[in-house]
Design a protein around this ligand. Structure first.
Ligand code: SAM
Length: 270
């Protein structure tokens, strides 16, 4: 347990630290909340966990109490490194990396399968998700805090307002569900919006990189003009003929096509 440590608020005060807007900092200072998130993320069965943006270390403390074999922190704000070092018990289980998570190569941080857990900085949440789901390194599971609207766009189903490119790309490569909602007041300082935690498990069989690229082209065109019929929004890519080759009704709109339908459109693209 980490109960012997001073509270997160006392730790921040002792280091003279406060949240910086430019780093998207909104902290979770209630360990009951961070422990709950880690319960949704686990069990880890001794595997490594990468935590992006640990900040004052509320999630880190909960991860250190869990069955994670290793905990690797990636934090961009150098002010937090000394504070996070205080969580290191010298056993070699904790690694602290000062880096930009958008640039870091995760495969160099961990050996074998690893989980990803993060209360993400909102301004880089979506690019980080896309990096982890479609890039060269993929975690075995991801448990990520997003602003509520983004979480809804990740898990949205056809016909829902939030259904779009992010839902199709994410669900083509992973199972995704919202496991927890948090009001703005749960954070210090509170952001302007509510948040939600999404748990994602990458599919065992994911589309090959070139198929994903084609899926990105099709979804960008289809949802770029989401109110238009596909025969028109996909005109540059083959229009009605492309739809027919994919077994899709050319008069349909993007928001009604499921992930399997978009994959067929991507496959029909030459
Ligand atoms: N995990 C902490 C918590 O729950 O209290 C802090 C969450 S705060 C929303 C986001 C954290 O991500 C901050 O510590 C911030 O400095 C860090 N951060 C912002 N941009 C980053 C980036 N590109 N790479 C790594 N960390 C980043």
């Amino acid at each position: 347990m980490t109960d012997h440590l001073p509270s997160l608020r006392e730790t921040l005060d002792a280091h003279g630290l406060s949240a910086k807007k430019s780093f998207g900092q909104h902290f979770l200072l209630d360990l009951n909340v961070t422990r709950k998130i880690v319960r949704y993320a686990g069990p880890f069965d001794g595997r490594a966990v990468i935590e992006v943006g640990p900040g004052p270390g509320g999630l880190t403390r909960a991860l250190l109490e869990s069955d994670a074999g290793k905990v690797v922190l990636v934090e961009k704000d150098p002010r937090f490194i000394p504070l996070l070092s205080e969580l290191d018990d010298g056993s070699g289980r904790l690694t602290i990396v000062e880096a930009d998570a958008l640039k870091v190569r995760e495969a160099e941080l961990v050996e074998g399968p690893a989980h990803l857990v993060s209360n993400l900085p909102y301004n880089v949440g979506t690019p980080l998700l896309i990096k982890w789901l479609t890039g060269p390194w993929t975690p075995c599971a991801l448990t990520l805090m997003f602003q509520k609207e983004v979480a809804e766009r990740v898990v949205a189903q056809p016909g829902e307002d939030a259904y779009g490119r992010l839902a199709v790309i994410t669900q083509a490569v992973a199972e995704a569900r919202i496991v927890m909602h948090l009001p703005a007041a749960a954070f210090t300082p509170p952001p302007k919006v509510a948040s939600a935690v999404v748990h994602l498990i990458p599919l065992a069989e994911r589309p090959a990189p070139d198929r994903l690229k084609r899926l990105e082209r099709v979804t960008a065109a289809a949802f770029g003009q989401r109110r238009k019929m596909l025969r028109s929004s996909l005109k540059q890519l083959g229009g009605a003929a492309l739809c027919e080759a994919a077994g899709i009704e050319p008069d349909a709109r993007a928001e009604t096509i499921d992930v399997a339908g978009f994959l067929r459109l991507a496959d029909a693209l030459t």
